[in-house]
Design a protein around this ligand. Structure first.
Ligand code: MG
Length: 246
């Protein structure tokens, strides 16, 4: 039986769509493996270590969020920038630069984050194995190149992906560039991730479809509003559900 390819590709996700091979582009952090929870644990330890005499944890957290927001714009993402933000936060609270000894103590808080093992999100490995038989799987992650590559290597997932892209920021321009450089068909390409700001909205602006799989520990800087009426965003609750749609 022949399949009307254009019709299938433009339809709402469903069983008929499995007939066409598509490009599935995966986010990595908090989509394939745990990430933000590791940062959260370091922040909890940092707050304990600070033991601030007057400000409570929520107040200090608000200061740290502001510092992180500014530092990601100026310096990008990853654990080095995060450590810088913790140092900047200490320095703002103490109204003096962090000492070398304090910087070293902050770095010690983050050893597990910088060198730790990767914890896959449930269902990821099996689901990728199955999806890879029917579709082309790509990876698109933002951050420091070496750090993201280390995590991918440690994850054991690298062989699933035919194309891996580590970028400084995931904005609409980056998605448009991917489409042009690799001659992707936007209607047959899906960005899959946990971040409205980095995965769903910019991919949609570039004309791609998207799959939103929220993660309860998503970083506050990744939040944004999604349009519930956008039919080209598929909302799922667990990674393994991808098997029912692709
Ligand atoms: Mg993510």
């Amino acid at each position: 039986m022949s399949v009307d390819r254009d019709k299938v590709l433009l339809s709402v996700p469903g069983l008929t769509e499995t007939a066409s091979r598509q490009v599935l582009v995966f986010d990595a952090d908090d989509t394939l493996w745990e990430n933000n929870i590791l940062f959260e644990r370091v922040i909890e330890d940092f707050l304990d270590w600070l033991a601030h005499p007057t400000l409570d944890r929520v107040e200090i957290r608000a200061i740290l969020d502001d510092i992180e927001r500014a530092n990601t714009v100026a310096h990008g993402y990853g654990s080095r920038v995060f450590l810088r933000s913790l140092g900047d936060c200490l320095s703002r609270l103490r109204e003096r630069p962090a000492t070398t000894a304090e910087q070293r103590e902050i770095e010690e808080l983050a050893v597990a984050l910088v060198e730790g093992q990767i914890e896959l999100i449930p269902g990821v490995a099996d689901t990728l194995t199955e999806l890879g038989r029917r579709h082309d799987l790509w990876l698109l992650t933002k951050g420091a190149v070496q750090e993201q590559q280390r995590k991918l290597d440690a994850s054991g997932l690298a062989d699933h992906f035919t194309s891996v892209h580590i970028v400084a920021e995931k904005d609409a321009q980056v998605y448009r560039q991917l489409v042009v450089e690799h001659e992707l068909v936007p209607e047959a390409t899906w960005m899959i991730g946990n971040s409205p700001k980095s995965d769903i909205l910019p991919a949609r602006r570039a004309g791609l479809n998207a799959v939103f799989i929220p993660h309860q520990h998503t970083w506050v800087l990744e939040y944004d509003e999604l349009d519930p009426a956008d039919e080209r965003v598929l909302h799922l609750t667990a990674f393994a559900e991808l098997r029912d749609h692709f």
